[in-house]
Design a protein around this ligand. Structure first.
Ligand SMILES: [Fe+2]
Ligand SMILES: [Fe+2]
Length: 191
């Protein structure tokens, strides 16, 4: 597995806009903080934090071509909003280029919506992505505080807020967001 953070940083810096690069560094740093707080694997958390958005600047057309070529399963909703595929594509790239393990690749694949039964590492990336230092939206301070008390509470709060936005804007809702929320509520985990 490629573990050289400096090398990955250089690669990202060349390929991403400055804004996205700074967000990637922010998420990496937040992954480190959350992994320390909750006893997660700091090294692997930083690696996935750094590369999670490596595919985000591809066009819709490029994304749809990539998933087709690489036999990535795509739902009708994902086809409708191809941008959501940036997670699955980055997961596939990370496997091929860096040989990241399955838990890391799944974390990257589902960093936007979450999924049922997420591991600690996967929850750390989901939350870090929403609260890194470059995020400025209303309520982010609140979510940062919650994140250091309970990852599950932070996940539910973020999904609730995102659902509200999508309902109000008449956008599609991703099944995985609902499944993530239901799973946490039904299992009442505390982390
Ligand atoms: Fe993302
Ligand atoms: Fe992100």
């Amino acid at each position: 597995m490629v573990e050289d953070i400096e090398l990955l940083k250089e690669e990202l810096k060349e390929n991403l806009s400055e804004k996205r690069y700074l967000h990637s560094i922010g998420v990496m740093n937040m992954c480190e903080k959350l992994a320390n707080k909750y006893g997660g694997d700091v090294k692997r958390a930083k690696l996935i934090g750094l590369v999670h958005d490596m595919a985000k600047e591809m066009s819709d057309k490029e994304m749809l071509e990539y998933v087709e070529k690489n036999n990535i399963e795509v739902s009708e909703v994902e086809k409708f909003v191809p941008q959501i595929l940036h997670g699955k594509i980055a997961a596939c790239m990370s496997k091929k280029r860096y040989d990241f393990d399955d838990e890391m690749c799944e974390a990257i694949a589902y960093h936007t919506t979450g999924k049922e039964n997420m591991t600690l590492l996967q929850k750390i990336l989901f939350v870090a992505d929403k609260i890194d230092e470059t995020r400025k939206y209303e309520g982010v301070e609140d979510l940062r505080k919650i994140a250091f008390k309970s990852l599950d509470k932070a996940i539910i709060k973020n999904i609730d807020e995102t659902l509200k936005i999508n309902l109000n804007s008449n956008n599609v809702i991703f099944d995985e967001s609902i499944n993530t929320r239901n799973y946490i509520i039904m299992h009442k985990k505390t982390k």
